[in-house]
Design a binder for this molecule. Structure first.
Ligand code: SF4
Ligand code: SF4
Length: 318
């Protein structure tokens, strides 16, 4: 598979990155052994880049797949911790649970945060710098849905990596348009940042339009890799074949869209509004009359970030 170097980091990755969010408890919540099989298949088929996060809770299958295959991929993780201590704990947790000496890339997990994020998380940024100096991480950066944050990242010396949302339908892009995000991607790449793309399939919403959506992402000027969430060895086979240019509609099973929808079970909702702030795409709204939260399906990216924010377990995948 084609490989690229992530900007000035010197880190080489395959064009296709395994996105580890959908297999984990925030989304499909598939059993550990099945998750391991997905990661193992990806590594054996030549994918050398995995994207995960503290909140995805998928370190265990990645660790197991590395043990079974003896293949050590480039691993990117991220944490929403705002301060030094929180980020330090997040990195320690990743090192321990992945059983590695270093994590290649560690990001500020900042999906919906606005341009104040760099000030608001100054402590976390200091921690990333210190961990990089100690060799515990090799590169640092930010994951964002916000075009203005993406633009600012290009101008910052301390950011090595930018991980933006982009897709042909513009699903989930905040504070600007698809074109604004495309411009920011180019600026980051020109400035020597490594750029890998998230949600090119709109969080699953564009899965039935896979070929056009992936081709769109691959036509973007300045990207180095594309993270695609995969939940079965068959999906890995399909994606690898597509990115390798060996996809044959007669022989390769196609990916099937599976229905995925999050819903607030109103009988369980206590009206605390915690979930409203947890959604990166402002998709959770609150009905002041009934005092219950509800999900605006048109805005929902099906990321699952809201599920763990509800202590009542009122938000479920249906
Ligand atoms: S966090 Fe849960 S209980 Fe609180 S408003 Fe949201 S759905 Fe309702
Ligand atoms: S409501 Fe928001 S947090 Fe929940 S799955 Fe949809 S986009 Fe993600």
């Amino acid at each position: 598979m084609k490989t690229n170097t992530l900007g000035n980091t010197g880190i080489e990755v395959t064009e296709l990155c395994l996105g580890a969010l959908p297999m984990g408890p925030l989304q499909k919540d598939i059993p550990l052994e099945e998750c391991v099989k997905v990661v193992e298949t990806a590594l054996r088929k030549g994918i050398t880049f995995i994207d995960t996060a503290q909140m995805y809770k998928t370190y265990a299958p990645i660790r197991e797949a590395i043990k079974r295959t003896g293949i050590r991929p480039v691993i990117a993780s991220k944490s929403a911790a705002p301060d030094y201590e929180g980020m330090e704990r997040a990195i320690k947790e990743a090192l321990e649970q992945l059983d590695v000496d270093y994590v290649d890339i560690f990001l500020l997990h900042a999906a919906r945060a606005g341009t104040e994020v760099f000030e608001a998380r100054a402590g976390a940024i200091e921690c990333l710098k210190d961990c990089k100096a100690k060799g515990l991480i090799r590169a640092m950066g930010i994951s964002t849905h916000d075009t203005k944050v993406a633009e600012l990242t290009a101008k910052r010396q301390d950011m090595d990596i930018m991980f933006p949302i982009i897709n042909k339908a513009g699903i989930g892009i905040l504070n600007g348009t698809v074109n604004d995000m495309l411009r920011a991607i180019k600026e980051n790449s020109t400035a020597g940042k490594g750029v890998y793309l998230m949600k090119v399939l709109g969080g699953g919403n564009l899965i039935n339009d896979y070929i056009e959506s992936v081709n769109y992402a691959r036509s973007i000027d300045g990207y180095h890799s594309i993270a695609v969430g995969m939940v079965s060895p068959e999906e890995v086979d399909f994606n690898v074949a597509y990115f390798n240019g060996t996809y044959d509609p007669e022989k390769t099973p196609t990916v099937k869209g599976y229905s995925k929808q999050y819903q607030v079970f109103t009988n369980l909702c206590k009206g605390c509004k915690t979930c409203v702030a947890a959604c990166p795409n402002y998709a959770i709204e609150f009905d002041e009359e009934t005092k219950k939260a509800y999900i605006n399906e048109e805005k929902c990216l099906t990321c699952g970030y809201c599920t763990s924010s509800c202590k009542e377990f009122a938000i479920r995948l249906i």
